[in-house]
Structure formats: structure tokens, C-alpha cells
Design a protein around this ligand. Structure first.
Ligand code: NAD
Length: 246
């Protein structure tokens, strides 16, 4: 699965799934832009990649800020070259009964989880079109597949990601760009540990009797970014230990 000579951008790569995807894409040969709000986390990811002999640079900032997206991408292109792999992973979660969700909370979650990936993808696709090759992997959520009580703002933002994936897959299928999404189901990350979800309890009742690990997502991301996955586009590639099957 060689991505040698190609540049990958992973948002939210300073923690959890994003970090695991960044580390794996670097192992696959990509130069990786590690983009996160959290400087410490991004730095740690870069150090992990460099310790393995890979190439990565940290970019600290809001991946959903439209003006900042252009500025950061200009730096990434200057440092690492055109972006041919994009992993839209940065996201925030939310737990609140539907009737209590405020407009501000809804806007914040849509801005980071849906509009950010929308704008960043718009900004990156010209690089892929110029190369006639590109891989976009969007991290959605199994909550968008099943629904999730108390997560209307979150699950609907992720449902938008699934719809965006399908539409872009069709728009760019003939131009060498694939667009897929991975809806994770209960992966043991700082986000899950900080949530009301009891990871160990969920693990105990899950088909595989374990929580997913960030590396489970990274393996799927690596495959979808690879040459081998060139005939796969528009798909929802569930990684959930059998929790959601259809
Ligand atoms: P995490 O909180 O451990 O990591 C998320 C990272 O994204 C953090 O480092 C954070 O600083 C960064 N981030 C957040 N907003 C950002 C922004 N605007 N710009 C740049 N960076 C930003 O969470 P995680 O569990 O690794 O989740 C990663 C993605 O997977 C999210 O989109 C999440 O919704 C999705 N997801 C996770 C699970 C799970 O079980 N962990 C399940 C379904 C979906």
C-alpha cells in the first residue's frame, strides 16, 4: 500500500483516530500534515511518526475556519507538496436531549463536523484534479447509521458527512478521485472516555466483546487511501466490531 511521494492531510491528528490514521499513512509512505487545534497533541503525533522514520509536519489551527484553511493549505503545499490524500477526521461530540439543544450548540457542531470538511475538501480537490488521482476518507459515525438518543445535533452532522461522501464520489468518479467514509462504532479514544458512554460496559455487550481501537480505524483508512482501493468509492465502510450490520 505505498503512498510514497504523496502528501496526506489528516485533521484532528493530535489525538485518537486521527493520530492513528496519520501514523499509519506515514508507515504507508505518505508525508503527513498533522492538523489539530491542540499543539501538544499534534507535536506528539509528529514525534511518533519521525521516530519511525516517517515524514510529518504539525499545523496548529482550526480545520473548520474557512480563512485559515486556505492559509494552512498554502503552508502545507509549500512544505510537503500538493495534497493527494485527505482524511476529514476532526470532530466534536455532543450529548443533550433534542429539546434542549441551543442554536449555538447546533451551529458549532455543524461548523466543525460538517462545514469544516466541506470547505477543506473544496480547497484540496484542485490538487487531486491536477494529479488525476486523489483519496478522500471522511470519518462519520455509526450514530448516523442507527440514530442515537440525545445526539440529534451530532448524528445529523455526521449524516451530512455520509451524504456529502456519496455526492462527491459521483461528481469526481471519472477524475481519479475516490471518496469514502468510515463510521466508527465505539472506539476507545479520549473523546469516548470523556463522554457519558461507558466504554467497558459497551464493550461487554458488543458482538466482539471489546471496544474498537484507533488502529482498527487506521487500517481501514490506510486501505481506502491505497491504490488497491481504486474501484471503491461512495461507500460507507463500517468499522464497528459487528455492532452495526447492513
Ligand atoms: P478525540 O477527541 O480523541 O480527537 C479529536 C481531535 O480533533 C482532537 O485532537 C481535537 O483537538 C481535534 N479537533 C477538534 N476540532 C478541531 C478543529 N476544528 N480543528 C482541528 N482539530 C480539531 O476524538 P476521536 O474519538 O479520535 O474522534 C475522531 C473523529 O471520529 C471525530 O470526528 C468523531 O466524531 C469520530 N467518531 C469517533 C467515534 C469513537 O468511538 N471514538 C465514533 C464515531 C465517530
Amino acid at each position: 500500500m505505498s503512498l510514497k511521494g504523496r502528501t496526506a492531510v489528516v485533521t484532528g491528528a493530535g489525538s485518537g483516530l486521527g493520530r492513528a490514521c496519520a501514523v499509519q499513512l506515514a508507515r504507508d509512505g505518505a508525508a503527513v500534515a498533522v492538523w489539530d487545534l491542540n499543539a501538544e497533541g499534534a507535536g506528539e503525533t509528529v514525534r511518533t511518526i519521525e521516530a519511525e522514520g516517517g515524514r510529518a509536519v504539525a499545523y496548529v489551527g482550526d480545520a473548520a475556519d474557512r480563512a485559515a484553511i486556505e492559509q494552512t493549505l498554502a503552508r502545507i503545499r509549500a512544505d510537503l507538496g500538493p495534497v493527494l490524500v485527505l482524511v476529514n477526521n476532526a470532530g466534536i461530540t455532543g450529548f443533550k436531549p433534542f429539546l434542549e439543544i441551543t442554536p449555538e450548540e447546533l451551529e458549532r457542531i455543524y461548523r466543525i463536523n460538517l462545514m469544516g470538511p466541506f470547505f477543506l475538501t473544496q480547497a484540496v480537490i484542485p490538487d487531486m484534479l491536477a494529479a488525476g488521482w486523489g483519496r478522500i476518507v471522511n470519518i462519520s459515525s455509526s450514530s448516523a447509521q442507527t440514530g442515537a438518543v440525545g445526539m440529534a445535533h451530532y448524528s445529523s452532522s455526521k449524516g451530512g458527512i455520509i451524504a456529502l461522501t456519496k455526492t462527491l464520489a459521483q461528481e469526481f468518479a471519472a477524475r481519479g478521485i475516490t471518496v469514502n467514509n468510515i463510521p466508527p462504532g465505539f472506539i476507545d479514544t479520549p473523546m469516548t472516555r470523556a463522554s457519558p458512554i461507558d466504554v467497558d460496559e459497551i464493550a461487554a455487550i458488543s458482538p466482539m466483546k471489546r471496544a474498537g481501537q484507533p488502529e482498527d480505524i487506521a487500517a481501514a483508512c490506510s486501505f481506502l487511501a491505497s491504490e488497491a482501493a481504486g474501484y471503491i468509492t461512495g461507500q460507507t465502510f463500517g468499522v464497528n466490531g459487528g455492532r452495526v450490520i447492513y
